[in-house]
Design a protein around this ligand. Structure first.
Ligand SMILES: Nc1ncnc2c1ncn2[C@@H]1O[C@H](COP(=O)(O)OP(=O)(O)OP(=O)(O)O)[C@@H](O)[C@H]1O
Ligand SMILES: [Mg+2]
Length: 393
């Protein structure tokens, strides 16, 4: 197990800068995911770590060893790509043997037919076969070893590709969207398998995806990238519930966070659609702000109750079995909010209906005009506050 450190990594293709200046410490044994929209530079960064691409500036250290100028094949890393890159004419066993043959056998020993009779070759081959069998057992692909890639399903092919990467016992795995060719159900299944594999191998994984759900479910930490920068490096829970800025908040979460226009006054009070939020922005300067509320922090309240902070008209309903998402145009006529509801509460509500919506107190996040998150704190009272009041504030 080794950690990997990136210091000031920059990359330009001609005039185009794709990585600005990336600093990143990847801990030993960590499952770190680089996630971000298409074109933000994830694959480029992974290829720089692997040595397949050279950085324009900055340095990569693997363990204690600076690897700038070290060839990809000498970095002791394993790459797994979206396209499995298995040799179609070789069986799974032969595919898995290939990296070992390249590493452990000399040129003459690798020759077909006569190579295996040369001194030392047969012992090495025996060791390699053992390694392949052990790896196949971990991945549960023993029964597939004699098949060729064309005779495998997508998931089996992906496991074979993982097997080929694993046999060398690399110091870290680098994976670039390895699940994106699989159908939705298999992808979810393979997520669980990769998590389990990571736990079992206890090796550093660096995983690239543009799928935030994949990032949140598997990772120890997530680096959210946009336009060649890491905007936030944090645990999956924190990037979701404590995003550093509006871009991270909007990228992470499905359906997306609702963003409402608000007004911050000099007392730190935020007003959104004539409704004053409970918390305060400390040391505030009056300005226009964006108010972020996740769909699960909004709920329907009965219309006759007169409760609820927002009123709107239902434009669309998404029935997902356990949840219903209502797309509601709010009373300003332009803002659409998505509200999560359980099917019982949404029963009988249809397109065009007027609904009242309440927010979970204290759940709103406030962002300034640049999209940076502003602190938003419960009102401190001089008198002791009961724990119940603190909870809802
Ligand atoms: N060899 C290259 N020459 C020129 N531009 C390149 C090259 N490789 C990548 N780019 C550009 O660099 C930017 C980042 O590309 P990269 O492949 O790293 O994105 P990504 O985040 O992996 O996207 P995706 O999610 O679509 O795979 C893109 O704008 C891309 O067009
Ligand atoms: Mg990519």
């Amino acid at each position: 197990m080794v950690g990997i450190a990136l210091n000031g990594i920059q990359k330009s293709f001609g005039e185009t800068r794709v990585l600005n200046s990336i600093d990143l410490q990847i801990e030993e044994g960590e499952f770190l995911t680089l996630v971000g929209p298409s074109g933000c530079g994830k694959s480029t960064l992974l290829r720089i770590i692997s040595g397949l691409e050279a950085q324009s500036a900055g340095s990569v250290t693997i363990g204690d060893r600076p690897v700038d100028g070290v060839r990809a094949s000498d970095r002791d890393l394993a790459m797994v790509f979206q396209s499995y890159a298995l040799y179609p004419h070789l069986t799974v066993r032969e595919n898995m043997m290939t990296p070992l043959r390249m590493r452990d056998l000399g040129f003459w020993q690798r020759l077909p037919l006569i190579g295996r009779f040369l001194p030392g070759a047969s012992g090495k081959l025996e060791g390699m076969r053992k390694q392949v069998n052990e790896t196949a057992e971990v991945l549960k692909i023993e029964a597939l070893l004699e098949r060729k890639p064309g005779q495998l399903s997508g998931g089996q092919r992906q496991r074979a590709a993982l097997g080929r990467a694993m046999v060398r016992r690399p110091v870290a795995f680098l994976m670039d969207e390895p699940l994106s060719n699989l159908d939705a159900a298999l992808r979810v299944h393979m997520r669980a398998e990769l998590t389990e594999l990571h736990r079992r191998l206890n090796t550093t994984f660096i995983y690239v995806t543009h799928d935030q759900a994949e990032a949140l479910t598997m990772s120890t930490r997530v680096a959210v990238m946009m336009d060649g920068d890491i905007l936030q490096l944090d645990t999956p829970t924190n990037v979701y519930s404590d995003p550093a800025n509006l871009r991270v908040a909007s990228f992470v979460g499905s359906p997306k966070i609702n963003v409402l226009d608000g007004r911050l006054d000099r007392d730190g009070v935020v007003t959104v659609m004539n409704h004053r939020l409970q918390r305060r922005v400390p040391g505030a300067t009056p300005q226009a702000v964006k108010v972020g509320l996740r769909p699960e922090h909004l709920r329907l309240v009965p219309e006759i109750s007169g409760l609820g902070e927002y009123v709107g008209t239902v434009r669309h309903l998404e029935h997902l079995g356990s949840d219903v998402y209502l797309h509601v145009v709010l009373s300003d006529g332009t803002t659409t909010a998505i509200v999560r509801s359980d099917p019982d509460h949404a029963m009988g509500i249809g397109h065009g209906d007027t609904v009242r919506i309440a927010e979970t107190r204290g759940a709103a996040m406030i962002f300034d005009a640049a999209g940076d998150r502003l602190p938003f704190e419960p009102v401190s009272e001089s008198a002791p506050v009961s724990s119940k009041t603190q909870e809802v504030a």
